[in-house]
Every structure is written in structure tokens, then in C-alpha cells.
Design a protein around this ligand. Structure first.
Ligand code: 6GU
Length: 287
């Protein structure tokens, strides 16, 4: 990255041009594949794939289960640009750097993003393996000034003070609920509020109780910064999370959330997640 810190328009442009020079695809739909959605890219036809390491100025992920590749292709005939693997704040990257892929998508020509993520369920009605369509978020790191938009604003991306009141597009959420009905999986799909924490440690019981009191239904370590940056540059957002573990809300238990469990649950639900995304992409491209 040319600038010492913060987004640099030309650096993002270089990343986008690297890809545009090497792919024939011109997608308007971007997909961030969280746990359980990585194998979506195996179903793309006319696939063209690029390692994060080879793309100028691109952040490289280090977490097990997050293979870092940008994959272009056709998802049931719809051109898409997928991020397989993402980098997180807890890896040591500044928040803005974790969201570089969103701005690269924008400069490639993407106008709509689908974001998926693994979360812990706070809402007692949620079960492991359920899906939560995200209707809103609580940007916990943002409360303390750790927002991806901190720093000099570049108007070529968006305004200094972007609104976030319709961050999770209402029409797309409605479409998603229709899709879920068509698929016959409405029993295991909810709509709720995602709270982002910095991680990497999971929460204490007292913290989880606090988050529930604040109105959060699920907790995770990603997504929110990406959504903030996507909305800043005018993209439509559809986001959902897979409930991979239940949050432990009382003190007298020996259960512990484990990353291996997260990956196992994601594996079991991957067909539903992939179908949800494919059906949403088909609808989004028409509008
Ligand atoms: Cl941040 N917390 C908990 N408890 N479970 C999770 C998670 C966070 N992310 C995925 N699963």
C-alpha cells in the first residue's frame, strides 16, 4: 500500500486493474465467502482464480480454513466475483485493511455484495446450524473509534459521514425471505442483529449477557467493517450468518466454543448456504 495508513485510491485501483487485466468477467455481484461458503467457488463455471498473495496491495489471510483467493466465474450463469477467505482485525491488520477487498470489488465494477459469516447465537431461539439474515448491526469496535473509515476521507469512494440506517437492504432481505420459503427452510432461518467484536478471544459470560441486553442476536468477528465500507461506496448489501455455536450464557457450565466446531457445522450446512447465495445472486442481477 502506497500510503502509510488508510486507503489509497491509486493502490486500490492497482489491485482492481491487476484483476481486470487478467479476467474476462465483469461481475456486478460480489460475494464474501465466510466459513461454510468457501466451496461455493467450486460450482462456478468459466472460473478464473487469483491468489491474494499475487494481487498488489491485497491483505493475506492467516486463519486455518480461510484460503485466500479471488475467484471470478458464473454462478448459474450469473457473473460473480468471490472472495474466498478474508482477513480479520484480530490478525493484526488495521480495520481499513481488512476491508480492502470491498473497495477492490467496487473498482472492478461490483454494485451489490453478498456477505456471509460464522457467528455465535445469542438469541435463545436460535439453534446450531440455523441461518440469520442480518437486518442490522452493532459496530462495537466503531464505538471506540476503530472504524475502517477513520482517517482522511476520499470522496471518490464516498462521503465523510455515510448513513447506516438502511445498511442491510430491505428489499434484498425480503427477497431472501422469499427464497428461504421456496427452499422450504424457513424453520431454520431467522432475521436478526449482528454484533461485531474484535476477538480473537471469545466472550466471557458477562460480556455475552451484556450483548444480549443490547439487542444482539448473534456475535462474530467480521462483516460489520465490510458492510460499513460497502455502504460508504454505495453498494447494496445482503448479509447472513450461520449460527455455528451457541453462546454460553451462564456461569455453571464447562462447554467451550471451538473453531473446529465452527468449521464442522459450516460443512453440514454448506449446500443450503450455497443455494441461498445462488438464488439471491440470480435475483440481484436483475435489479
Ligand atoms: Cl465472536 N463469538 C462466539 N461466541 N461464537 C462465535 C463467534 C464469536 N464467531 C463465530 N462464532
Amino acid at each position: 500500500m502506497a500510503a502509510a495508513e488508510g486507503f489509497d485510491y491509486n493502490a486500490i485501483k492497482d489491485s482492481a486493474n491487476y484483476l481486470l487485466d487478467r479476467t474476462k468477467h465483469r461481475p456486478t455481484i460480489g460475494i464474501i465467502c465466510g466459513s461454510g461458503l468457501g466451496s461455493l467457488v467450486d460450482h462456478l463455471t468459466e472460473r478464473e482464480s487469483f491468489s491474494y498473495e499475487d494481487i498488489p496491495n491485497f491483505p493475506v489471510s492467516t486463519v486455518h480454513g480461510h484460503d485466500g483467493r479471488v475467484v471470478f466465474g458464473l454462478l448459474n450463469g450469473v457473473p460473480v466475483m468471490c472472495m474466498k477467505g478474508r482477513v480479520h482485525r484480530y490478525e493484526g491488520y488495521p480495520m481499513w485493511k481488512t476491508t480492502v477487498p470491498i473497495r477492490v470489488m467496487r473498482l472492478v465494477g461490483v454494485s451489490d455484495v453478498i456477505i456471509s459469516t460464522a457467528t455465535g447465537g445469542l438469541n435463545r431461539g436460535y439453534k446450531i446450524g440455523d441461518v440469520m439474515i442480518i437486518k442490522d448491526h452493532i459496530n462495537m469496535p466503531g464505538f471506540s473509534g476503530d472504524s475502517p473509515l477513520v482517517g482522511k476521507n476520499d470522496e471518490r469512494f464516498g462521503p465523510r459521514f455515510p448513513g447506516m440506517s438502511n445498511a442491510y437492504d430491505k428489499q434484498l432481505r425480503q427477497e431472501a425471505k422469499n427464497v428461504v420459503k421456496e427452499m422450504g427452510i424457513e424453520e431454520s432461518v431467522h432475521e436478526g442483529v449482528y454484533v461485531m467484536l474484535g476477538g480473537p478471544s471469545y466472550e466471557t459470560v458477562a460480556e455475552l449477557r451484556l450483548l444480549r441486553l443490547l439487542g444482539a442476536d448473534a456475535v462474530g468477528m467480521s462483516t460489520v467493517a465490510e458492510v460499513v465500507v460497502a455502504r460508504h461506496c454505495g453498494m447494496r448489501v445482503f448479509a447472513f450468518s450461520l449460527i455455528t455455536n451457541k453462546c454460553i450464557m451462564d456461569w455453571d457450565t464447562d462447554d467451550e466454543p471451538l473453531h473446529t466446531e465452527v468449521i464442522a457445522v459450516a460443512e453440514q450446512r454448506k449446500h443450503h448456504l450455497q443455494e441461498l447465495v445462488a438464488r439471491m445472486a440470480a435475483r440481484m442481477v436483475q435489479k
